[in-house]
Design a protein around this ligand. Structure first.
Ligand code: PLP
Length: 466
């Protein structure tokens, strides 16, 4: 295949893309395959000689779409969304065509500078002060790891950079509602999971700032070294929000570094009315949010804002001889802000999305999702046998099926499997206060009110068959 062939096949791919998206509603949302079924359709050995693209494309059409869970399906309500707008898809095609490694400024000046400008547009859109500078990671996990490594090195007086951790018992604080990426970060940073202190939450699943303060004081008293606090703005399980201002005040009093994980809920902060949910975020050292979840800039695109990039660069940045940019002093090499050296051109899709829809349209989408989820919650509340287990927080709520005299955990689990095998909608579960509950979150770029209300119709129809 050469570049002339690519031109023709790109047109074919564009037609396929259009057909795929215009018929998505007819497909089951969750892949209906069994483990191993897809692999069994592929030859075990690699092809020795070139195969015609016609055959490769035909196999793609035959094997892949039915083997995928359709994240862009308008009735995808599982996990958190990874929504993708058409403008983002176009930008990704162009970035793929250029196929650069955007590791340092010289290797990709436009990528670096568009990243600087578009993350600053996002900063303004979120209402954050201009003291923050943005960078794009592949994932919130890597952004949180970067922040936790910075906490570690700063708390060790930067000795850990050269010597590793030598005897100091560092402590990181977070609530039990934070994402498992925080647990992973403390493991990978060599701090150790038992040194991640999970602070109790109040009745609304918010970190209790007094308990945070007490835990830090207790650690200092016991010769441990507090290093940083990770705060939760929209936890994955049920959408918990820590009281950011109060917790940051406690952290600051102990000179601790703070990182806010707003991976999902951060996108909603483009709507001024939701900003009370992270009031005080402007005082954080680091904030991460994923435009790839709810802002239409498809996976992968995770933006980290830093009040001062210097400590993170001191932890992660290296500039060996072979990466020097001769004659350019004042440049930003974004690989020094993150873990991998190589970087994709992720800023292009942010540029396209923000321009093609404008903040106005993006806000309307988020407000609609929030309003429709509230309406759906009320529909379940009014239906006998269903219990709302957590109230809507932005566009996420949870419920369970608890008819009189039934085993609610077992029934809810069976109901969920039935719903997902049915395929019209896709939902996933969590465990909340020991109960098996179903989460519902709206965020698909193309979803409508009817799609969201279909959750009630499908779930009640299938519950009646249990
Ligand atoms: N933080 C929160 C609140 C999340 O919901 C998620 C993923 O759903 C993550 C972090 C991890 O995100 P990523 O997949 O970008 O690493």
């Amino acid at each position: 295949m050469n570049h002339d062939d690519l031109k023709n096949w790109s047109k074919r791919a564009a037609d396929w893309t259009h057909d795929y998206h215009s018929t998505l509603r007819d497909r089951p949302v969750r892949a209906q395959t069994k483990p191993g079924e897809i692999a069994a359709k592929l030859p075990a050995a690699p092809p020795e000689t070139a195969e015609p693209m016609e055959e490769i494309f035909a196999d793609f059409e035959r094997i892949v779409p039915d083997g995928m869970t359709h994240w862009q399906h308008p009735r995808f309500f599982a996990y958190f969304p990874a929504n993708a707008s058409p403008a983002s898809m176009l930008a990704e095609q162009l970035a793929n065509s250029i196929a650069s490694n955007c590791m340092i400024w010289q290797a990709s000046p436009a990528a670096t500078e568009i990243e600087q400008v578009t993350t600053d547009w996002l900063r303004q859109a979120l209402g954050l002060p201009d003291s923050f500078t943005g960078t794009i990671h592949d994932s919130a996990t890597v952004a949180t790891l970067s922040a936790v490594i910075t906490m570690r090195d700063r708390a060790s007086g930067w000795r850990s950079v050269d010597e590793g951790l030598t005897g100091q018992r560092l402590r990181i604080y977070a609530s039990a509602q934070t994402h498992s990426s925080v647990d992973k970060a403390v493991r990978l940073a060599g701090i150790g999971q038992r040194n991640l202190v999970k602070i109790d939450t109040d009745a609304d699943y918010r970190m209790d700032p007094d308990k945070l303060d007490a835990a830090i004081r207790d650690d200092i008293f016991n010769d441990r070294t507090p290093a940083g606090v990770v705060l939760c703005t929209g936890g994955t399980s049920i959408g918990a929000f820590d009281p950011i201002a109060e917790c940051i005040e406690v952290a600051r009093a102990h000179r601790l570094y703070t990182h806010v994980d707003a991976a999902w809920a951060g996108s909603a902060m483009i709507c001024p009315e939701f900003r009370t949910l992270w009031q005080g975020a402007e005082g954080a050292d680091s904030i991460v949010f994923n435009p790839h979840k709810w802002l239409g800039a498809q996976f992968d695109c995770s933006v980290q804002f830093l009040a001062d990039p210097a400590p993170q660069i001191r932890s992660l940045g290296l500039r060996p001889d072979y990466l020097q940019t001769l004659g350019e002093e004042e440049i930003v090499n974004f690989n020094e802000w993150t873990v991998p050296l190589g970087r994709r051109f992720r800023a292009l899709k942010l540029w396209f999305v923000l321009r093609a829809y404008g903040l106005d349209n993006l806000r309307t989408r988020i407000r609609n999702h929030v309003a429709w989820i509230e309406e759906l919650t009320e529909a379940f509340r009014a239906t006998p046998g269903f219990e709302i287990t957590t109230e809507p927080r932005l566009a996420l709520f949870s419920f369970r099926y608890a008819p009189d005299g039934g085993d609610a955990d077992a029934l809810t689990e069976r109901l969920l499997e039935k719903v997902n095998a049915d395929g019209r909608i896709y939902l996933t579960q969590t465990r909340h206060q020991g109960k098996f509950v179903i989460r519902v979150t709206a965020g698909s770029f193309d979803c409508t009110r009817d799609d969201v209300m279909a959750v009630h119709a499908v779930v009640t129809e299938l519950a009646a068959t249990l």
